[in-house]
Write a protein that binds this ligand. Structure first.
Ligand SMILES: Cc1cc2nc3c(=O)[nH]c(=O)nc-3n(C[C@H](O)[C@H](O)[C@H](O)COP(=O)(O)OP(=O)(O)OC[C@H]3O[C@@H](n4cnc5c(N)ncnc54)[C@H](O)[C@@H]3O)c2cc1C
Length: 381
Protein backbone atom coordinates (compact mmCIF):
# COMPACT_ATOMS: atom_id res chain seq x y z
CA UNK A 1 0.00 0.00 0.00
CA UNK A 2 2.97 2.33 0.53
CA UNK A 3 5.08 2.51 -2.58
CA UNK A 4 8.68 3.77 -2.58
CA UNK A 5 10.23 2.70 -5.89
CA UNK A 6 14.01 2.46 -6.25
CA UNK A 7 15.42 5.60 -7.83
CA UNK A 8 18.84 5.34 -9.44
CA UNK A 9 20.73 8.57 -10.02
CA UNK A 10 22.03 8.87 -13.59
CA UNK A 11 25.53 10.08 -14.57
CA UNK A 12 24.19 13.59 -15.14
CA UNK A 13 22.77 13.70 -11.60
CA UNK A 14 26.09 12.53 -10.16
CA UNK A 15 27.97 15.18 -12.15
CA UNK A 16 25.48 17.80 -10.97
CA UNK A 17 26.03 16.75 -7.35
CA UNK A 18 29.80 17.21 -7.76
CA UNK A 19 29.23 20.63 -9.34
CA UNK A 20 26.89 21.83 -6.58
CA UNK A 21 29.23 20.51 -3.88
CA UNK A 22 32.25 22.25 -5.43
CA UNK A 23 30.29 25.52 -5.65
CA UNK A 24 29.26 25.25 -2.00
CA UNK A 25 32.79 24.50 -0.81
CA UNK A 26 34.08 27.52 -2.73
CA UNK A 27 31.35 29.79 -1.37
CA UNK A 28 31.94 28.62 2.18
CA UNK A 29 35.72 29.02 1.91
CA UNK A 30 35.22 32.56 0.58
CA UNK A 31 33.03 33.44 3.60
CA UNK A 32 29.83 33.46 1.50
CA UNK A 33 28.02 31.59 4.29
CA UNK A 34 28.49 29.69 7.53
CA UNK A 35 26.68 26.32 7.80
CA UNK A 36 23.44 26.56 9.78
CA UNK A 37 20.92 24.16 11.26
CA UNK A 38 17.38 24.69 9.90
CA UNK A 39 18.89 26.70 7.04
CA UNK A 40 15.83 26.35 4.79
CA UNK A 41 13.65 28.26 7.27
CA UNK A 42 16.00 30.54 9.18
CA UNK A 43 18.81 31.58 6.82
CA UNK A 44 17.64 33.85 4.03
CA UNK A 45 20.12 35.46 1.66
CA UNK A 46 18.62 36.95 -1.51
CA UNK A 47 22.18 37.37 -2.87
CA UNK A 48 22.88 33.65 -2.40
CA UNK A 49 19.53 32.74 -3.98
CA UNK A 50 20.40 34.92 -6.99
CA UNK A 51 23.69 33.02 -7.37
CA UNK A 52 21.80 29.72 -7.46
CA UNK A 53 19.36 31.22 -9.96
CA UNK A 54 22.22 32.31 -12.21
CA UNK A 55 23.49 28.70 -12.25
CA UNK A 56 20.09 27.32 -13.23
CA UNK A 57 19.54 25.63 -9.86
CA UNK A 58 16.11 27.14 -9.13
CA UNK A 59 12.92 26.20 -10.98
CA UNK A 60 14.98 23.33 -12.38
CA UNK A 61 11.96 21.22 -13.39
CA UNK A 62 10.02 23.93 -15.21
CA UNK A 63 9.91 24.36 -18.98
CA UNK A 64 12.55 26.66 -20.45
CA UNK A 65 9.93 29.13 -21.72
CA UNK A 66 9.21 29.98 -18.04
CA UNK A 67 12.84 30.32 -17.02
CA UNK A 68 13.30 26.69 -15.99
CA UNK A 69 15.78 24.03 -17.07
CA UNK A 70 13.36 21.17 -17.92
CA UNK A 71 15.43 18.87 -15.70
CA UNK A 72 14.11 15.64 -14.10
CA UNK A 73 12.93 15.72 -10.46
CA UNK A 74 15.89 13.65 -9.31
CA UNK A 75 18.27 16.40 -10.46
CA UNK A 76 16.44 18.90 -8.28
CA UNK A 77 16.54 16.36 -5.47
CA UNK A 78 20.32 16.08 -5.68
CA UNK A 79 20.71 19.86 -5.69
CA UNK A 80 18.45 20.45 -2.69
CA UNK A 81 20.09 17.61 -0.79
CA UNK A 82 23.54 19.18 -1.23
CA UNK A 83 22.29 22.64 -0.23
CA UNK A 84 20.67 21.26 2.94
CA UNK A 85 23.63 19.07 3.86
CA UNK A 86 25.90 22.11 3.60
CA UNK A 87 23.54 24.22 5.76
CA UNK A 88 23.48 26.89 3.02
CA UNK A 89 21.33 30.07 3.29
CA UNK A 90 18.43 28.93 1.09
CA UNK A 91 15.42 30.23 3.03
CA UNK A 92 14.70 33.21 0.75
CA UNK A 93 13.74 31.12 -2.28
CA UNK A 94 12.85 27.79 -0.61
CA UNK A 95 9.04 28.01 -0.64
CA UNK A 96 8.85 29.63 -4.08
CA UNK A 97 11.11 26.98 -5.64
CA UNK A 98 9.58 24.03 -3.78
CA UNK A 99 5.85 24.63 -4.04
CA UNK A 100 4.57 28.09 -5.07
CA UNK A 101 6.22 27.98 -8.50
CA UNK A 102 4.91 24.46 -9.06
CA UNK A 103 1.37 25.61 -8.10
CA UNK A 104 1.59 28.47 -10.58
CA UNK A 105 2.93 26.16 -13.28
CA UNK A 106 0.04 23.74 -12.68
CA UNK A 107 -2.86 26.12 -12.15
CA UNK A 108 -1.74 29.57 -13.33
CA UNK A 109 -2.74 31.39 -16.50
CA UNK A 110 -0.11 31.94 -19.20
CA UNK A 111 0.16 35.56 -18.05
CA UNK A 112 0.77 34.52 -14.41
CA UNK A 113 3.36 31.93 -15.48
CA UNK A 114 5.28 34.35 -17.71
CA UNK A 115 5.13 37.17 -15.15
CA UNK A 116 6.32 35.19 -12.12
CA UNK A 117 8.11 31.91 -12.88
CA UNK A 118 11.22 33.42 -14.59
CA UNK A 119 11.67 35.73 -11.58
CA UNK A 120 11.50 32.80 -9.15
CA UNK A 121 13.98 30.85 -11.30
CA UNK A 122 16.33 33.84 -11.23
CA UNK A 123 16.20 33.93 -7.40
CA UNK A 124 14.52 37.34 -7.45
CA UNK A 125 10.97 36.58 -6.34
CA UNK A 126 10.08 34.94 -3.03
CA UNK A 127 6.83 33.40 -1.76
CA UNK A 128 5.11 32.82 1.58
CA UNK A 129 2.46 30.19 2.38
CA UNK A 130 -0.89 31.66 3.50
CA UNK A 131 -2.76 28.67 4.85
CA UNK A 132 -2.86 28.82 8.69
CA UNK A 133 -5.05 31.23 10.66
CA UNK A 134 -5.50 31.78 14.41
CA UNK A 135 -8.49 29.37 14.36
CA UNK A 136 -7.44 27.19 11.41
CA UNK A 137 -4.26 25.13 11.64
CA UNK A 138 -4.70 21.36 11.59
CA UNK A 139 -8.35 22.02 10.76
CA UNK A 140 -7.50 23.94 7.60
CA UNK A 141 -11.05 23.83 6.24
CA UNK A 142 -11.98 26.26 9.05
CA UNK A 143 -10.22 29.06 7.11
CA UNK A 144 -12.20 32.27 7.63
CA UNK A 145 -10.30 34.73 5.43
CA UNK A 146 -12.79 35.87 2.78
CA UNK A 147 -12.39 37.01 -0.80
CA UNK A 148 -15.49 38.68 -2.27
CA UNK A 149 -15.99 39.59 -5.90
CA UNK A 150 -15.97 43.31 -6.76
CA UNK A 151 -16.42 45.17 -10.05
CA UNK A 152 -12.66 45.05 -10.66
CA UNK A 153 -11.56 41.86 -8.94
CA UNK A 154 -11.63 40.70 -5.31
CA UNK A 155 -11.71 42.20 -1.82
CA UNK A 156 -9.82 40.17 0.78
CA UNK A 157 -10.52 40.36 4.53
CA UNK A 158 -9.00 38.20 7.26
CA UNK A 159 -5.83 37.18 9.03
CA UNK A 160 -3.11 34.61 8.32
CA UNK A 161 -0.57 33.50 10.88
CA UNK A 162 2.80 31.71 11.08
CA UNK A 163 3.64 32.65 7.47
CA UNK A 164 7.33 31.84 7.20
CA UNK A 165 9.38 34.57 5.52
CA UNK A 166 6.42 36.84 4.67
CA UNK A 167 8.47 39.81 5.94
CA UNK A 168 10.86 39.52 2.98
CA UNK A 169 8.60 37.79 0.43
CA UNK A 170 7.03 39.41 -2.62
CA UNK A 171 3.92 37.22 -2.79
CA UNK A 172 1.78 34.95 -0.64
CA UNK A 173 -0.49 32.20 -1.97
CA UNK A 174 -3.55 32.67 0.23
CA UNK A 175 -6.27 30.09 0.84
CA UNK A 176 -9.53 32.00 1.29
CA UNK A 177 -13.26 31.37 1.36
CA UNK A 178 -15.02 32.61 -1.79
CA UNK A 179 -18.44 31.09 -1.06
CA UNK A 180 -20.11 29.55 2.00
CA UNK A 181 -19.45 25.91 2.89
CA UNK A 182 -22.01 23.54 1.33
CA UNK A 183 -23.72 22.12 4.41
CA UNK A 184 -21.25 19.83 6.14
CA UNK A 185 -18.82 20.01 3.22
CA UNK A 186 -16.52 22.76 4.56
CA UNK A 187 -13.92 22.00 1.90
CA UNK A 188 -16.19 23.44 -0.79
CA UNK A 189 -16.09 27.18 -1.51
CA UNK A 190 -12.35 27.71 -0.92
CA UNK A 191 -10.00 29.27 -3.50
CA UNK A 192 -6.32 30.14 -3.81
CA UNK A 193 -5.06 33.66 -4.51
CA UNK A 194 -1.74 35.08 -5.61
CA UNK A 195 -1.40 38.13 -3.38
CA UNK A 196 1.25 40.77 -3.97
CA UNK A 197 2.32 41.60 -0.40
CA UNK A 198 2.80 45.28 -1.31
CA UNK A 199 -0.95 45.68 -1.96
CA UNK A 200 -2.52 48.46 0.17
CA UNK A 201 -4.54 46.89 3.00
CA UNK A 202 -2.08 44.00 3.41
CA UNK A 203 -0.04 44.36 6.60
CA UNK A 204 2.74 41.93 7.59
CA UNK A 205 3.94 41.87 11.22
CA UNK A 206 6.89 39.75 12.36
CA UNK A 207 6.50 37.30 15.27
CA UNK A 208 9.66 36.95 17.41
CA UNK A 209 10.90 33.57 18.58
CA UNK A 210 12.70 32.85 21.88
CA UNK A 211 16.00 34.14 20.52
CA UNK A 212 14.41 37.40 19.35
CA UNK A 213 14.66 36.48 15.67
CA UNK A 214 11.75 36.85 13.22
CA UNK A 215 11.12 33.89 10.89
CA UNK A 216 7.35 33.83 10.69
CA UNK A 217 4.64 36.49 10.62
CA UNK A 218 1.05 37.50 11.06
CA UNK A 219 -0.57 39.00 7.95
CA UNK A 220 -3.69 41.13 8.09
CA UNK A 221 -5.92 41.64 5.02
CA UNK A 222 -8.04 44.68 5.75
CA UNK A 223 -10.39 44.81 2.76
CA UNK A 224 -7.38 44.58 0.41
CA UNK A 225 -8.43 45.16 -3.22
CA UNK A 226 -6.96 42.48 -5.48
CA UNK A 227 -7.07 42.40 -9.28
CA UNK A 228 -9.23 39.90 -11.16
CA UNK A 229 -6.19 37.81 -12.07
CA UNK A 230 -5.18 37.34 -8.42
CA UNK A 231 -7.27 34.13 -8.48
CA UNK A 232 -4.97 31.12 -8.87
CA UNK A 233 -6.62 28.17 -10.59
CA UNK A 234 -10.34 27.54 -10.34
CA UNK A 235 -12.72 29.39 -8.03
CA UNK A 236 -13.99 26.89 -5.44
CA UNK A 237 -11.25 24.30 -6.16
CA UNK A 238 -8.89 25.65 -3.49
CA UNK A 239 -9.08 22.56 -1.28
CA UNK A 240 -7.91 20.12 -3.98
CA UNK A 241 -5.22 22.60 -5.05
CA UNK A 242 -3.92 23.11 -1.51
CA UNK A 243 -3.75 19.33 -0.88
CA UNK A 244 -1.42 18.97 -3.88
CA UNK A 245 0.68 21.83 -2.51
CA UNK A 246 0.97 20.13 0.89
CA UNK A 247 2.27 16.93 -0.76
CA UNK A 248 5.11 19.00 -2.27
CA UNK A 249 5.68 20.74 1.06
CA UNK A 250 6.06 17.48 3.00
CA UNK A 251 7.97 15.22 0.67
CA UNK A 252 11.47 16.71 0.40
CA UNK A 253 14.77 15.90 2.12
CA UNK A 254 14.44 19.00 4.35
CA UNK A 255 12.22 16.85 6.57
CA UNK A 256 15.25 14.85 7.76
CA UNK A 257 18.31 16.93 6.80
CA UNK A 258 17.52 20.03 8.87
CA UNK A 259 20.21 19.13 11.43
CA UNK A 260 22.68 17.46 9.07
CA UNK A 261 25.23 20.29 9.40
CA UNK A 262 25.23 19.58 13.15
CA UNK A 263 25.77 15.84 12.63
CA UNK A 264 28.67 16.59 10.30
CA UNK A 265 30.28 19.05 12.72
CA UNK A 266 29.94 16.54 15.59
CA UNK A 267 31.63 13.67 13.72
CA UNK A 268 35.29 14.73 14.05
CA UNK A 269 34.82 15.53 17.77
CA UNK A 270 33.18 12.16 18.41
CA UNK A 271 35.63 10.24 16.22
CA UNK A 272 38.51 11.51 18.37
CA UNK A 273 37.07 9.73 21.45
CA UNK A 274 34.81 7.09 19.93
CA UNK A 275 33.88 4.24 22.23
CA UNK A 276 31.52 1.35 21.47
CA UNK A 277 28.47 3.27 22.66
CA UNK A 278 29.26 6.12 20.25
CA UNK A 279 29.98 3.75 17.35
CA UNK A 280 26.69 1.88 17.83
CA UNK A 281 24.68 5.09 18.20
CA UNK A 282 26.22 6.69 15.12
CA UNK A 283 25.80 3.48 13.13
CA UNK A 284 22.10 3.44 14.01
CA UNK A 285 21.67 7.08 13.01
CA UNK A 286 23.47 6.49 9.70
CA UNK A 287 21.28 3.46 8.92
CA UNK A 288 18.09 5.41 9.61
CA UNK A 289 19.28 8.35 7.57
CA UNK A 290 20.03 6.06 4.65
CA UNK A 291 16.57 4.48 4.87
CA UNK A 292 14.83 7.86 4.99
CA UNK A 293 16.86 9.04 2.02
CA UNK A 294 15.93 5.93 0.05
CA UNK A 295 12.24 6.54 0.81
CA UNK A 296 12.48 10.23 -0.05
CA UNK A 297 14.22 9.45 -3.36
CA UNK A 298 11.37 7.03 -4.15
CA UNK A 299 8.90 9.89 -3.64
CA UNK A 300 10.97 12.16 -5.90
CA UNK A 301 10.81 9.48 -8.60
CA UNK A 302 7.04 9.16 -8.24
CA UNK A 303 6.64 12.94 -8.43
CA UNK A 304 8.75 12.85 -11.59
CA UNK A 305 6.34 10.27 -13.02
CA UNK A 306 3.36 12.54 -12.29
CA UNK A 307 2.05 10.79 -9.13
CA UNK A 308 0.99 12.64 -5.93
CA UNK A 309 2.20 10.31 -3.13
CA UNK A 310 0.66 12.33 -0.26
CA UNK A 311 0.60 9.53 2.34
CA UNK A 312 4.16 8.43 1.59
CA UNK A 313 5.18 12.09 1.99
CA UNK A 314 3.42 12.19 5.37
CA UNK A 315 5.26 9.03 6.41
CA UNK A 316 8.67 10.44 5.46
CA UNK A 317 7.93 13.71 7.25
CA UNK A 318 6.79 11.98 10.44
CA UNK A 319 9.73 9.54 10.47
CA UNK A 320 12.15 12.31 9.45
CA UNK A 321 10.99 14.58 12.29
CA UNK A 322 11.42 11.73 14.77
CA UNK A 323 14.87 10.91 13.39
CA UNK A 324 16.03 14.52 13.78
CA UNK A 325 14.77 14.84 17.35
CA UNK A 326 16.51 11.61 18.34
CA UNK A 327 19.73 12.50 16.46
CA UNK A 328 20.05 15.81 18.30
CA UNK A 329 19.30 14.17 21.66
CA UNK A 330 21.80 11.36 20.96
CA UNK A 331 24.56 13.76 19.89
CA UNK A 332 24.06 15.88 23.01
CA UNK A 333 24.41 12.76 25.13
CA UNK A 334 27.52 11.58 23.30
CA UNK A 335 29.24 14.96 23.28
CA UNK A 336 28.73 15.38 27.01
CA UNK A 337 27.54 18.34 29.04
CA UNK A 338 30.67 20.52 28.67
CA UNK A 339 29.24 22.63 25.84
CA UNK A 340 31.63 25.56 26.50
CA UNK A 341 34.52 23.22 25.60
CA UNK A 342 33.06 22.25 22.24
CA UNK A 343 34.38 23.91 19.07
CA UNK A 344 32.51 27.19 18.49
CA UNK A 345 30.80 26.03 15.31
CA UNK A 346 29.54 22.85 16.94
CA UNK A 347 28.15 24.76 19.93
CA UNK A 348 26.41 27.25 17.62
CA UNK A 349 24.88 24.50 15.47
CA UNK A 350 23.68 22.60 18.56
CA UNK A 351 22.13 25.74 20.07
CA UNK A 352 20.25 26.50 16.84
CA UNK A 353 19.16 22.89 16.32
CA UNK A 354 17.76 22.67 19.85
CA UNK A 355 15.96 26.00 19.46
CA UNK A 356 14.34 25.06 16.16
CA UNK A 357 13.63 21.40 16.82
CA UNK A 358 10.15 21.84 18.38
CA UNK A 359 8.87 23.52 15.22
CA UNK A 360 9.61 20.43 13.07
CA UNK A 361 6.62 18.50 14.38
CA UNK A 362 4.26 21.46 13.81
CA UNK A 363 5.14 23.15 10.51
CA UNK A 364 3.87 21.42 7.37
CA UNK A 365 1.36 19.42 9.44
CA UNK A 366 1.61 18.15 13.02
CA UNK A 367 2.71 14.64 13.94
CA UNK A 368 -0.80 13.72 15.09
CA UNK A 369 -2.36 14.81 11.79
CA UNK A 370 0.26 12.94 9.75
CA UNK A 371 -0.22 9.80 11.85
CA UNK A 372 -3.96 10.09 11.22
CA UNK A 373 -3.32 10.14 7.44
CA UNK A 374 -1.00 7.14 7.70
CA UNK A 375 -3.49 5.21 9.85
CA UNK A 376 -6.24 5.89 7.32
CA UNK A 377 -4.05 4.51 4.51
CA UNK A 378 -3.42 1.42 6.63
CA UNK A 379 -7.19 0.98 7.05
CA UNK A 380 -6.97 1.58 10.80
CA UNK A 381 -9.44 4.46 10.95
C1 LIG B 1 8.05 27.18 12.42
C2 LIG B 1 6.68 27.15 11.81
C3 LIG B 1 6.50 27.64 10.54
C4 LIG B 1 5.23 27.64 9.98
N1 LIG B 1 5.08 28.19 8.73
C5 LIG B 1 3.85 28.27 8.20
C6 LIG B 1 3.66 28.93 6.94
O1 LIG B 1 4.60 29.39 6.30
N2 LIG B 1 2.40 29.05 6.49
C7 LIG B 1 1.32 28.55 7.15
O2 LIG B 1 0.21 28.68 6.64
N3 LIG B 1 1.46 27.95 8.35
C8 LIG B 1 2.70 27.80 8.88
N4 LIG B 1 2.86 27.19 10.11
C9 LIG B 1 1.68 26.76 10.85
C10 LIG B 1 1.52 25.25 10.94
O3 LIG B 1 1.12 24.71 9.71
C11 LIG B 1 0.50 25.01 12.07
O4 LIG B 1 1.12 25.38 13.27
C12 LIG B 1 0.06 23.56 12.12
O5 LIG B 1 -0.70 23.22 11.01
C13 LIG B 1 -0.75 23.29 13.41
O6 LIG B 1 -1.80 24.20 13.55
P1 LIG B 1 -2.03 25.00 14.91
O7 LIG B 1 -0.74 25.64 15.28
O8 LIG B 1 -3.23 25.85 14.72
O9 LIG B 1 -2.30 23.88 16.00
P2 LIG B 1 -3.67 23.10 16.23
O10 LIG B 1 -4.22 22.65 14.92
O11 LIG B 1 -4.55 23.91 17.11
O12 LIG B 1 -3.16 21.82 17.02
C14 LIG B 1 -2.81 21.86 18.40
C15 LIG B 1 -2.48 20.45 18.82
O13 LIG B 1 -3.65 19.60 18.68
C16 LIG B 1 -3.37 18.49 17.84
N5 LIG B 1 -4.52 18.19 17.00
C17 LIG B 1 -5.27 19.07 16.29
N6 LIG B 1 -6.24 18.42 15.59
C18 LIG B 1 -6.08 17.10 15.87
C19 LIG B 1 -6.77 15.92 15.42
N7 LIG B 1 -7.78 15.98 14.55
N8 LIG B 1 -6.32 14.74 15.90
C20 LIG B 1 -5.27 14.66 16.77
N9 LIG B 1 -4.60 15.74 17.21
C21 LIG B 1 -4.99 16.95 16.77
C22 LIG B 1 -2.19 18.92 16.99
O14 LIG B 1 -1.47 17.80 16.51
C23 LIG B 1 -1.41 19.80 17.96
O15 LIG B 1 -0.58 18.99 18.75
C24 LIG B 1 4.12 27.16 10.70
C25 LIG B 1 4.31 26.64 11.99
C26 LIG B 1 5.57 26.65 12.56
C27 LIG B 1 5.75 26.10 13.94
Amino acid sequence: MFHFPAAALDAEARALRAEVRAFLEKERAAGGFVPAADCWVSCASPAFSAKLGARGWLGMLWPREYGGQARPALHRYVTTEELLAAGAPVAAHWVADRQSGAQILRYGTEAQKHAILPRIAAGECFFAIGMSEPQAGSDLAAVATRAERTATGWRMTGRKIWSTGAHFCHYMIVLARTSPAEGRNRQAGLSQFLVDLRTPGVDVTGIRDLSGAVHFNETLFDGAELPEDALLGTEGAGWAQVMGELAMERSGPERFLTSFALIEAAMPVLAANADDRARIALGRLAARLKTLRRMSLGIARRLQEGDAPATEAALVKEMGNRFEAEAVRELRGLLGPAMPDWPDELARLMRDAVLHLPSNTLRGGTTEILKGMIARELGMR
